[in-house]
Write a protein that binds this ligand. Structure first.
Ligand code: E4P
Length: 218
């Protein structure tokens, strides 16, 4: 399973990239706005820090402008995945960009049928938003199960399921059990995956016993 971090904060990205366990980054207009920085500058920096796919989202809603924006974004670096919304114009744009060899992440997916359309449009990634479904008392993880099951039925679907709007470590465990290819996760949730109180307790005990031996390895 691949882990992307869902942020445009370059310091958070650098820290996670240092672990060697970060496979990509997703941004969206809200995350870019939060940085208060220039869109192109931030995205270029992220692409230099991370080798894997970096999602940068178009701002237009009509096909022609989305396509022009997508082509401009794709020119930033080879690892850009152009993010388009799951609308008819977005999917039309996805198809053209994908045929030209550009990675496309189709975002704002909230149903299995939308995910089928994204796969047919040749998306590299489809982003179902689990947390936002949970927020309205729908079952976000059930959507992931449905999409994974459907994609398994069609060997010509090459789209990866990118679980988005992740709010907790349980979303990640459940996604992995279902075979989702990628989870994009806030930095705080990614860091929480490393920790367990019994790991800390066990390490304390080992270190204290080792100290008693008076030995050193180096
Ligand atoms: C994914 O690409 C989106 O940027 C993101 O996961 C949305 O998450 P949110 O619902 O927490 O804003």
């Amino acid at each position: 399973m691949k882990f992307f971090v869902d942020t445009a904060d370059i310091d958070e990205i650098r820290e996670l990239a240092d672990t060697g366990l970060l496979d990509g980054v997703t941004t969206n207009p809200s995350l870019i706005a939060k940085t208060g920085r220039d869109f192109f500058e931030v995205v270029s920096e992220i692409c230099e820090v991370v080798d894997g796919p970096v999602s940068a989202e178009v701002a237009a809603t009509d096909h022609e402008t989305m396509l022009a924006e997508g082509r401009k974004l794709a020119g930033i670096a080879d690892n850009i995945a152009v993010k388009v919304p799951l609308t008819p114009d977005g999917l039309k744009t996805c198809r053209v960009l994908a045929q030209a060899g550009t990675m496309v992440n189709v975002t704002l997916c909230f149903s299995a049928n939308q995910a089928i359309l994204a796969a047919k449009a040749g998306a590299s990634f489809v982003s179902p938003f689990v947390g936002r479904l949970d927020d309205i008392a729908a079952d976000g993880m059930n959507l992931i199960a449905e999409i994974c099951e459907i994609y398994e039925n069609y060997s010509d679907f090459k789209t990866e399921v990118l679980v988005a709007s992740v709010r907790s470590p349980m979303h990640i465990t459940e996604s992995a059990k279902m075979g989702a290819h990628v989870a994009t996760v806030p930095a705080s949730v990614l860091w929480s995956l490393f920790h367990h109180p019994l790991t800390d307790k066990g390490l304390d005990a080992f270190l204290s016993d080792w100290k008693k031996t008076g030995q050193s390895i180096l």
